[in-house]
Design a protein around this ligand. Structure first.
Ligand code: AMP
Length: 208
């Protein structure tokens, strides 16, 4: 099964994707994570991507699309994948159409107020990638594996504002682009498990 997850920064795409991968035996592909890995490894792609990420801008398509194309050719994608953070523009969506078919597009809909509340509090586990928010979890180590939590370099107010603007202008038009097969899911105030429930039912229905 091949799935696209749409949603603004901080809508909870990463957490939702992690839940889906556990139940449906498919891999999560986050283009943001791929860039961060490249930055950590000091690659050419990483050096270039960092310049854009630090400013909250999109990394150019020439780099992003070929990186994604290579990633989905890997063995662990044979059973399917969930795209978290790609496509982020109509141009990327059109490029994706030429690369592969997609079975489902899920839009995670979270009010802007809630997104703003979440943004500066996000913390991520340095080992297992679990995502927390200081509003509900104020420890500095992961509840699941005990490793230290960190805050992403681009999770600062200035960059966040720009990222939200880029989302509204460039990524949100994808909601119309995929209108004919869009499954809209409201981010639940009750937390990620509640948000995941309708998604799980929907995906199980697709598999029948
Ligand atoms: P994310 O981890 O999805 O929030 O992405 C972090 C940053 O990586 C974004 O603000 C962009 O600078 C870059 N990025 C991630 N995915 C894409 C994409 N599909 N196209 C262009 N830039 C991207």
């Amino acid at each position: 099964m091949k799935i696209i997850l749409l949603g603004a920064p901080f809508s909870g795409k990463g957490t939702l994707a992690r839940n889906i991968t556990k139940d449906f035996n498919i891999v999560q592909i986050s283009t943001g994570d791929l860039f961060r890995e490249n930055i950590k490894n000091g690659t050419e792609v990483g050096l270039l991507a960092k310049k854009y990420m630090d400013k909250g801008e999109l990394v150019p398509d020439s780099v992003t699309i070929s990186m994604l194309q290579n990633r989905i050719k890997e063995d662990d994608c044979k059973n399917g994948f969930i795209l978290d953070g790609f496509p982020r523009s109509i141009a990327q969506a059109k490029a994706l159409q030429k690369i592969t078919d997609i079975d489902a597009v899920i839009q995670l809909d979270v009010p802007l107020d809630e997104i703003k509340r979440r943004c500066v509090g996000r913390r991520i586990c340095s080992k297992c990638g679990e995502i927390y928010n200081t509003s509900s979890y104020d420890k500095t180590t992961c509840a699941k594996c005990g490793a230290p939590l960190f805050q992403r370099d681009d999770d600062n107010l200035e960059t966040i504002t720009l990222r939200l603007e880029v989302y509204e202008k460039t990524t949100a038009p994808l909601i119309n682009f995929y209108a004919d097969r869009l499954k809209v899911v409201k981010g639940s105030e009750k937390g990620p498990e509640e948000t995941y429930k309708p998604v799980k039912t929907f995906l199980k229905g697709l598999m029948r």
